[in-house]
Ligand binder design. Sequence first.
Ligand SMILES: O=C([O-])C(=O)C[C@H](O)[C@@H](O)C(=O)[O-]
Ligand SMILES: [Mg+2]
Length: 434
Amino acid sequence: MYGQSLVITDVRLTPVLVADPPLLNTQGVHQPYTPRLIVEVATAGGVTGIGETYGDGKYLELARPLAARLPGCRVSDVNRLFTLADEVAVDAARVDDAVDVGGLRGVQSADKLRLSVVSGFEVACLDALGKALGLPVHAVLGGKVRDAVEYSAYLFYKWAEHPAGRASEPDDGWGAALDPAGIVAQARLFAERHGFGSFKLKGGVFPPDEEIAAIRALAEAFPGRPLRLDPNGAWSVETSLKVAAELGDVLEYLEDPALGTPAMAEVAARTSVPLATNMCVTTFQEIPEAFAKGAVQVVLSDHHYWGGLRRTRELAAVCRTFGVAVSMHSNTHLGISLAAMTQVAATVPGLDHACDSHYPWQSEDVLTSRPRFTGGKVAVTDTPGLGVELDRDKVAALHARWLDEDFRALRERDDAAAMRVADPGWTTPAVPRW
Ligand SMILES: O=C([O-])C(=O)C[C@H](O)[C@@H](O)C(=O)[O-]
Ligand SMILES: [Mg+2]
């Protein structure tokens, strides 16, 4: 038997609650704490690999039986993770979970739930394999083609603090951003703190004219810098076309202006502004229709729901074949996922658009040393594995919060419910909202 030292002996799952600022989106506002799941895979050879993924209940329910199937497999048997995950039953009621923030990341299905869980295990296995071989994850994936990965600042409309009475962590000096001046001030902070040179604004929060004004203000403050606007499908085709016409001279791309492939295709047919998505192409099954209709010009992979780093590379190959650009987007995540994004992005040829990451919004992490953005880029480490290590005390502290009964309601991310704390009449807006 080959690879005895690579055999998995133990899998540890640790759900945590991570501080998150009051960032606004079309569904509501981020909760003060977001659930994430830390995955650790230990081998007979004595190395432990780490990964992370969504931590809401429905992901935990799948992660636990999958974890139980892994001892005895090798960390190199990454393909097997998918087969094993297929054996785990998904509760159909959980797929359409009405409160799922998945409304911001495309259709939900049992397959996609499984892939989101597998991604955490895949990253942990690749980390362990890299550590065992003395190779960075990018080498396990075939080798890096760049030494640093560029990221875009991810701007959000934002309150200064969470609604009164809600425990939360210090705001790191970001303050409120509720108008064009606030967004420009936030962008300046991002540029000062992390050196970002391109900017994405999360839209779908205010009427489109206000968001157009914010992008115009950014274009004036940062002339010539790439700008993106992402209302998460909140606009009609006509509104999308109006925004495209008004901002066409300054936008790098519009991200998911309208919801779904048919609407995106209609917008794409009537504007020369490129359209990007992390909502209408989120699975391989959605690619044929979207590409045939020319609905998107840039696909933003999220390695969590695409099923990991190797599938992100497969997605990139399909996109290359069809002349569609590829880049990456993220959800609220910790440094393990930033390291994973950076390692895979380093291996993807022709990554022409900066990836975006929520990571600068996270004041907490579970690592001994946090990845840093310098000049808007994260350096691709050559340290074995992902190049990051868990700080056990930090994991324990965030897990203790998850265990705390006072925080139980936050174990499921629900941006609409978080908004109802401030606005009891709030319901998730109908689409299109404008
Ligand atoms: O690019 C995107 O659509 C996202 O980043 C989705 C996220 O859920 C974002 O809207 C958020 O966290 O509010
Ligand atoms: Mg998006």
